[in-house]
Write a protein that binds this ligand. Structure first.
Ligand SMILES: [Zn+2]
Ligand SMILES: [Zn+2]
Length: 425
């Protein structure tokens, strides 16, 4: 029947085979597949196109009391590129090996989660379950390139406010251990470029203030800071999400010709790009001061520019940390549901990278990052990304429990509280 294991896995693998990969994700294909699934499950569907060619799908299951704050399950449809020759199995073939490992770009990040939401809803619909609250499921574009034409536009729309969300679930990370991981905050991406200029000169000449020397001084300083942060993690004094990471991602300098770089010429310009991630416990103005005065000081003919920089606090000025204690009923329900499904949940953590949750939390709405993948190596953005079929199927049951619990939650005391003040964190 519809719920047969093979068919369930085939639906996942079909989604994995779609090349919704940057820089030109095939969103027409993901839209076709997802709309067909939503209709077969019996969900209402809307295609929102805030930017042409970048569809955001919103599926809805209306509850008995649509005035109660609703639940949103979010996933992104895009995936990062894969270096095909370095994979054992082609990244868009969704090959399943004898051990039941399904190889594909997006198998962990995060086509698994999107499809698990839908499979769980298929199960619940078929069981005759009647939700009290309304449920929305969003499939958003462009998360991997910042979400500016996806989730960012969605949260800024009047429709988003109308949804009256009480709780949002989005992606987490795989866990090599037997427990699932859960995230109630994340680091903020600050991507920056530093540029140095200086007099050019003969390759043999020793002189002060060349562009290269100015850049190298910054690289040394950034490396020392990076090491100090990393040492805290290595010593067990801080978790990965609690420190600042700053990693060089490109270097650009030199005078290039068709036959290679000119070797006896010191260039007049040099630049470097960094992926920095700022923990919610970091003082942002102190960090920017460091960038301005130590890493790109005007006194060394340097400038800096952000490619991506986001505030660390919500529009209410609250830190972007969703409460994960008894004061947040959704947290209690989440823990309970996962344990009822036979899973184990770790302590709440700060997500080391970024997800679309940051846009949700910035609206003062509580959100958890959670991808039900235990006993699984962390392979997002890596070669040979895979997920085992048993973990995938278990994850569907986990969502069945979570969705059932969230959609049945009836707490009058909390209904009196306004969504934003509850949010927080
Ligand atoms: Zn992701
Ligand atoms: Zn990703």
């Amino acid at each position: 029947g519809d719920g047969g294991e093979e068919i369930v896995l085939e639906r996942f693998r079909e989604y994995l085979r779609l090349a919704s990969v940057h820089p030109t994700p095939d969103y027409a294909a993901t839209t076709r597949l997802l709309l067909a699934q939503a209709s077969s499950i019996g969900l209402q569907s809307r295609v929102l196109e805030y930017v042409e060619g970048k569809p955001l799908l919103l599926f809805t299951w209306t509850g008995r009391d649509p005035h109660l704050p609703s639940v949103l399950l979010n996933s992104h449809t895009d995936v990062v590129p894969a270096e095909q020759p370095k994979w054992v199995h082609s990244p868009f073939a969704a090959h399943m090996d004898d051990a039941g490992n399904i190889f594909a770009r997006g198998s962990q990040d995060m086509k698994c989660v999107g499809m698990q939401y839908l499979e769980a809803l298929r199960v619940l619909k078929a069981s005759g379950f009647q939700p009290l609250r309304s449920l929305h499921v969003s499939f958003v574009p462009d998360e991997e390139i910042g979400g500016h034409d996806g989730m960012e536009k969605f949260v800024a729309s009047p429709l988003f406010v109308e949804l009256n969300l009480g709780i949002v679930l989005d992606e987490g990370l795989a866990s090599p251990a037997s427990h699932y991981r859960v995230f109630n905050a994340e680091r903020s991406p600050w991507w920056f470029i530093i540029k140095a200029t200086g007099s050019p000169g003969h390759g043999s000449k020793l002189f002060d203030n060349s562009a290269m020397e100015n850049l190298m001084i910054s690289l040394e300083s950034i490396r020392r800071y990076r090491k100090a942060q990393f040492d805290l993690v290595k010593a067990g004094l801080a978790a990965e999400g609690e420190v600042v990471s700053v990693n060089p991602v490109y270097l650009k300098a030199g005078t290039s010709t068709p036959t290679g770089f000119v070797m006896n010429l010191q260039p007049s310009e040099a630049e470097a790009g960094f992926d920095m991630r700022v923990s919610p416990f970091t003082d942002p103005s102190g960090l920017e001061d460091r960038l301005r005065t130590e890493w790109a000081p005007a006194s060394r003919n340097m400038t800096y520019q952000f490619k991506q920089k986001e505030p660390l606090s919500s529009k209410h000025g609250l830190p972007l940390i969703t409460k994960a204690d008894e004061s947040n009923p959704w947290w209690m329900l989440l823990q309970e549901a996962i344990s009822e499904a036979g899973g184990e949940l770790g302590k709440p953590e700060i997500f080391p990278a970024a997800t679309d949750c940051r846009y949700i939390r910035a609206q003062g709405i509580p959100a958890f990052g959670f991808s039900p993948m235990a006993n699984t190596p962390i392979l997002l953005h890596d070669h040979n990304e895979f997920l085992n079929k048993e973990e995938y199927l278990k994850g569907i049951q986990v969502y069945v429990h979570i969705i059932k619990s969230f959609l049945s939650f009836d707490n009058n005391e909390h209904e009196a509280v306004d969504v934003n003040s509850r949010a927080e964190l």
